[in-house]
Design a protein around this ligand. Structure first.
Ligand SMILES: [Zn+2]
Length: 214
C-alpha cells in the first residue's frame, strides 16, 4: 500500500475522534500531508469510520485531485488542502462538528477565550461566517480566519477546523478547542463566565512558545 504511514495516522486519529465523541457518524474529516511527496491522506466521503481500514483512506494531491483509494475523498477536501497550501508548516488538519464548538460558533459575535492555561496555546480562535460546505469559498474563509499562525477556528452553523505541524498537534488543538467551548457554555449557563485575563493569556503563550522552541 502506498503512503501507508500517513494513511495509518489519519485512521488512528479519526478513530480517536470518534472515541472522544468529537465526531459522530460520518461527519467530520481528517487529513495528513506526506513528509516528502506533495500528497495528502484524507478520510473518504460518507463511509462509516468504524471498521475502516488504512487502504480505505483516500490520497489526493495538494490541489485536492483524487489520486488513490477506493472511495471518494471527503467533500471538505478543498478546506484541508487550501490550509496546507497556505501554511507550509501544517501537516495535519482536523474538521469536526463537535457539539460545544458548534454551539459556541453561533450568535452575532461569537468569541472563544481561554478558561484554563493549556487552552492559551490555541487562542485566538478564528471565526468563519457560514459558507456552503465543501466550497472553495469555505476553504478561503478558513485560511483567512487561521491567518499565519492560528491553530483553530469555529465555523458558524457548521463546526470547527484545526491544524498542526503533526497529527498530535492538530488533535490537541481539536480537543482543547472543544474543551474551551464546553467550559464556556457551562460557565455562561451558570452565570459565572470569567475567561483568563488577557495579560495572563499572553504570558502563558510566551511560556508555551519558549518551551516549543527548545
Ligand atoms: Zn463539516
Amino acid at each position: 500500500m502506498k503512503y501507508e504511514k500517513i494513511r495509518k495516522q489519519v485512521l488512528e486519529a479519526i478513530l480517536e475522534a470518534v472515541d472522544k465523541r468529537l465526531i459522530n457518524g460520518t461527519s467530520g474529516n481528517i487529513a495528513m500531508r506526506d513528509e516528502e511527496d506533495d500528497v495528502v491522506a484524507i478520510t473518504p466521503s460518507g463511509i462509516s469510520y468504524i471498521g475502516m481500514k488504512a487502504e480505505d483512506i483516500a490520497i489526493v494531491d495538494l490541489n485536492g485531485k483524487w489520486l488513490e483509494g477506493p472511495y471518494k475523498p471527503s467533500s471538505e477536501v478543498p478546506m484541508h488542502t487550501a490550509v496546507m497550501r497556505a501554511r507550509k508548516e501544517v501537516r495535519a488538519t482536523v474538521h469536526t462538528h463537535s457539539m460545544f464548538a458548534t454551539i459556541m460558533a453561533m450568535g452575532k459575535s461569537p468569541e472563544l477565550r481561554p478558561i484554563t492555561p493549556p487552552q492559551c496555546e490555541f487562542t485566538p480562535v478564528g471565526i468563519v461566517p457560514f459558507t456552503m460546505p465543501g466550497s472553495n469559498d469555505a476553504a478561503d474563509k478558513v485560511v483567512e480566519a487561521l491567518g499565519e499562525k492560528g491553530k483553530a477556528c469555529l465555523i458558524k452553523n457548521h463546526g470547527m477546523f484545526t491544524c498542526g505541524k503533526d497529527m498530535k498537534a492538530a488533535m490537541h488543538a481539536t480537543i482543547y478547542t472543544e474543551e474551551m467551548a464546553q467550559a464556556t457554555f457551562y460557565a455562561k449557563s451558570l452565570g459565572t463566565y470569567e475567561p483568563m485575563p488577557k495579560e495572563a493569556e499572553k504570558a502563558m503563550q510566551a511560556l508555551i512558545a519558549a518551551d516549543q522552541a527548545v
